[in-house]
Design a protein around this ligand. Structure first.
Ligand SMILES: C[S@@+](CC[C@H](N)C(=O)[O-])C[C@H]1O[C@@H](n2cnc3c(N)ncnc32)[C@H](O)[C@@H]1O
Length: 199
């Protein structure tokens, strides 16, 4: 798990191959196909805000958080060029007055190496959501050829172990990650619904 300072360094140096400036294709597909109607949405680990801005353009009321202040500075700059409102939060999970109906993360859950930290992240995500709230997570996958770059590689079992106590997995699909890297990393596209009860 990179430290906050390491994330800051990545944004400072521009070493951010995930930051294509294009909204994530899996987010677009799931919102369209599920479908997910505009609602209160939370993005954790929003980076420079491309996906949060896209959600706002679709009519979602978005709160987007990131631990890296430099990422948020860039997000704020991008937002100034639009007529959209996205509430930016410096940190991880916000203390919000009302629960969210939809949550999204692209590359945040997978950044925790420790399974207990991934499970804790999932638990905190569940606490942010309304009953039946949905979470879409884009997670670096163990699939694909060996690579020495790109997102951390998590197995389907890693994903299930992290989320299952708090979420029903509606779909866990294999996909490609759009990045500025020379090769295309594989990802898990996991759509989950908050559980009412476990067991
Ligand atoms: C791989 S980047 C992806 C950024 C963005 N989601 C995107 O796709 O462009 C992961 C982001 O998560 C942020 N991050 C890491 N841990 C976090 C945490 N616990 N809470 C909020 N943000 C976090 C990092 O600062 C970084 O911006």
């Amino acid at each position: 798990m990179p430290t906050v300072e390491e994330w800051e360094q990545r944004y400072e140096s521009g070493s951010t191959p995930w930051d294509t400036g294009r909204p994530d294709e899996h987010l677009l597909r799931v919102v369209g196909e599920h479908p997910i109607a505009p609602c209160r949405a939370l993005e954790v680990g929003c980076g420079t805000g491309t996906n949060a801005i896209w959600l706002a353009e679709q009519g979602f009321e978005v709160l987007a958080s990131d631990v890296a202040a430099r990422a948020l500075t860039q997000a704020r700059r991008k937002l100034n060029g639009t007529h959209r409102t996205v509430t930016l939060h410096h940190g991880s999970f916000p203390v919000a007055d009302d629960p969210f109906d939809f949550a999204f993360d692209r590359g945040c859950l997978h950044s925790f190496d420790d399974p207990a930290e991934r499970a804790s992240f999932a638990e905190q995500m569940a606490q942010q959501l309304s009953a039946d709230g949905l979470w879409l997570s884009i997670i670096g996958s163990t699939d694909g050829p060996p690579r020495d770059h790109g997102p951390p590689r998590r197995s389907a079992r890693d994903v299930v172990q992290a989320v299952e106590q708090h979420f029903e997995i509606l779909s866990l699909r294999r996909g490609e990650m759009d990045t500025d890297l020379p090769t295309t990393p594989m990802v898990w596209v996991s759509l989950m619904k908050k559980r009412r009860a476990y067991r």
